[in-house]
Design a protein around this ligand. Structure first.
Ligand SMILES: [Zn+2]
Length: 96
């Protein structure tokens, strides 16, 4: 196991931690879990490369999920909803 030394105080050891953040994209909100590291001496919190990659993946996949859901037609809607019977309209014209 690799021990990461805190770059802020140069004494403490960093341990993996996470926090939840409510993110909004195109009107859709969701709680995403982001990762970070905490120092046991100074209490500093920071993101290592692995944390940044994880956090970016969380945001990108959430945005893809929202984009895909907005592409789908509304539930219950079908192309037939827009069809209407125009035979009575045609008869009205003939009577004139
Ligand atoms: Zn520290």
């Amino acid at each position: 196991m690799t021990i990461k030394i805190c770059p802020l105080c140069a004494e403490g050891h960093l341990s993996q931690s996470s926090y939840t953040c409510n993110v909004e994209y195109r009107g859709v909100k969701k709680d995403l879990t982001f990762s970070m590291h905490l120092c046991n001496i100074c209490g500093g919190d920071m993101a290592c490369n692995g944390d940044l990659n994880h956090n970016k993946t969380e945001v990108v996949s959430f945005r893809k999920e929202v984009d895909e859901s907005l592409k789908k037609p509304l539930r219950g809607m079908s192309p037939h909803v827009l069809y209407f019977d125009d035979s009575s309209y045609i008869e009205d014209i003939k009577n004139d």
